[in-house]
Design a protein around this ligand. Structure first.
Ligand code: HEM
Length: 157
């Protein structure tokens, strides 16, 4: 082993290279110095509230989707989707406290989620996501999830 100076990591070198090259520079990789919480990074509650507001404005005027929602007023459904999405992306865990395990496919069984319904759902979500004006990376991350989730929710032809 070559000589060690304080602060350097004692890693044996196969080729007798100077160990100094392995000395970490800047933050350690196992201790992120940036926030890795998506919920916070995109603006927290206000952002998710806007997402579901714009989404449900679209649903309210949709001839195919609106009749699927059991309640007269879309408010409670909006609140459930908001709580779920906030929890999923690292925000408050209110959904779990109030509704338990999401089991989303099971909870959608009473409704005929056809490919046409999925496409309408995604079209309103697209408008909602666009209204947020997120950075391209955050937008792509959110959209990728919503698309995959919507495809997995289809339960009738
Ligand atoms: C693909 C098309 C979809 C349709 C047509 C659809 C329709 C519905 C309907 C009619 C309800 C009942 C409303 C209520 O809460 O009272 C519901 C509930 C819900 N949906 Fe969807 N949904 C779709 C996709 C999704 C996706 C992709 C997600 C998640 C990313 C989602 C999350 C939820 C949640 C969290 C609830 C409330 C569940 C609960 O009772 O706690 N839905 N959906």
């Amino acid at each position: 082993m070559s000589e060690q100076t304080p602060g350097q990591i004692p890693v044996p070198s196969r080729f007798g290279e100077p160990i100094a090259r392995l000395t970490p520079v800047g933050p350690r990789f196992d201790q992120p110095s940036y926030t890795d919480n998506f919920y916070e990074a995109v603006g927290g509650h206000d952002t998710f509230l806007r997402l579901v507001d714009v989404f449900y404005d679209g649903v309210a005027g949709d001839e195919l989707l609106r009749p699927m929602y059991p309640e007269e007023n879309l408010g409670p459904a909006k609140e459930r989707l908001l709580m779920f999405l906030e929890q999923y992306w690292g925000g408050p865990k209110t959904y779990g406290e109030q509704r338990g395990h999401p089991r989303l496919r099971m909870r959608h069984q009473p409704f005929q989620v056809t490919p046409a319904a999925r496409d309408r759902w995604l079209a309103h979500m697209r408008d909602a996501v666009d209204s947020l004006e997120l950075s391209p990376l955050h937008e792509a991350t959110l959209w990728d999830y919503l698309e995959r989730a919507a495809h997995s929710m289809v339960n009738s032809a």
